[in-house]
Design a protein around this ligand. Structure first.
Ligand code: ATR
Length: 314
């Protein structure tokens, strides 16, 4: 069985590691690759994948809308989001799903951040924001949207009349949950939002990184009640996709814990090339046992090794 994630860029996607870890957990044998597609050629790449032995495809930026147009049938979540992140080829038919929203709801439940009647501020009005509005509304949240370009927020209000719209500059304190659905952090930019907005709120970033300290989390942590990046959502949306394809729901917490806390293994006798100390060099392994980095516990020497340890340095 062949699966893959398609996007651009794609080399740092954690989806292969997550899906292969799920597969090991439930005893399934499958391959899961990364496909880099040219920005204007999703269709060809997707067709090539499925005309080979591809069964299921995860879709990430910037192709979720292309995937929406590619599939033959769509679930309610993908229609609300105008985006598909999971494709399942069943016979000659391509079925499209969007598991992002349900992944977010599952992660907020793991965090024990209640949604019923929660006052939620969503910052951003692009594809990421559109994908989470319906599931949050369905779980009883009251949503306000604020976006740098107000007209995009107003457009989402047309689709979801229940939501309120505010400008970024006029935001104040008083939210139960604040969700960052902007791309500001990717561009290493701070959100132009008054800090009081985050005061005593639970702040969630749809963006993620292994150590959890995304630019948004760093911007809000002095004010927020609690914070979380979106690594848990990534794992939960993957589990939903896994269930669609394999009809088995994998356990998510061991995989999330493994992503957050990679296994360290000290290399006996190794000498650090920077500080020259012995027995301080360790490697970290991902969930599949592949070495991902080599570092020194005594100085700040860290080296990405993309799975290959250069033995002569050890
Ligand atoms: P995605 O599919 O990831 O949501 P998108 O549709 O390009 O990507 O939307 C990006 C979102 O991040 C938008 O809400 C964008 O605001 P604009 O609609 O005004 O462009 C927001 N965004 C990006 N950079 C930002 C920044 N520096 N400050 C505030 N918002 C920003």
């Amino acid at each position: 069985m062949q699966f893959a994630v398609i996007g651009n860029p794609i080399e740092h996607s954690l989806s292969p590691e997550i899906h292969l870890a799920f597969a090991m957990q439930v005893g399934l044998e499958l391959t899961y690759d990364r496909i880099l597609a040219p920005p204007d050629d999703f269709q060809t790449m997707a067709r090539n994948f499925f005309s080979g032995s591809g069964t299921g495809l995860n879709v990430t930026a910037p192709f979720k809308h292309d995937a929406y147009e590619f599939v033959d049938e769509k679930d309610q979540a993908s229609i609300a989001a105008s985006a598909v992140n999971t494709i399942h080829a069943v016979g000659d038919v391509f079925l499209g799903y969007n598991t992002d929203g349900i992944g977010l709801v599952a992660d907020l439940s793991r965090l024990r951040w209640p949604l019923k009647q929660a006052k939620i501020l969503v910052i951003g009005a692009g594809g990421a924001a559109q994908g989470i509005v319906l599931p949050l509304l369905e779980h009883g949240a009251e949503i306000t949207l604020a976006n740098r370009t107000r007209s995009r927020a107003e457009a989402l209000k047309k689709q979801f009349p229940k939501i309120d719209v505010l400008d970024l500059e006029e935001l104040k304190q008083g939210w139960d949950i604040v969700i960052n659905a902007t791309a500001a952090g990717w561009q290493q930019e701070q959100l132009p939002v008054p800090s009081a907005t985050f005061e005593d709120a639970r702040c969630y970033d749809l963006g993620y990184q292994r150590d959890g300290r995304t630019p948004f989390i760093q911007q809000v942590e002095a004010y927020a009640d609690e914070t979380s990046d979106g690594l848990g959502m990534l794992v939960e949306q993957a589990a939903e996709a896994f269930q669609i394809w394999h009809d088995i729901k994998p356990q998510t917490s061991p995989v999330l814990n493994g992503l957050r806390n990679p296994k360290r293994q000290f290399i006996a006798g190794a000498v650090c090339p920077r500080c020259n100390q012995q027995d301080t060099i360790y490697v970290e392994r991902d969930l599949l046992g592949n070495v991902t980095l080599r570092a020194c516990s005594a100085c700040n020497y860290v080296e990405d090794v993309d799975g290959n340890v250069s033995v002569d340095l050890l």
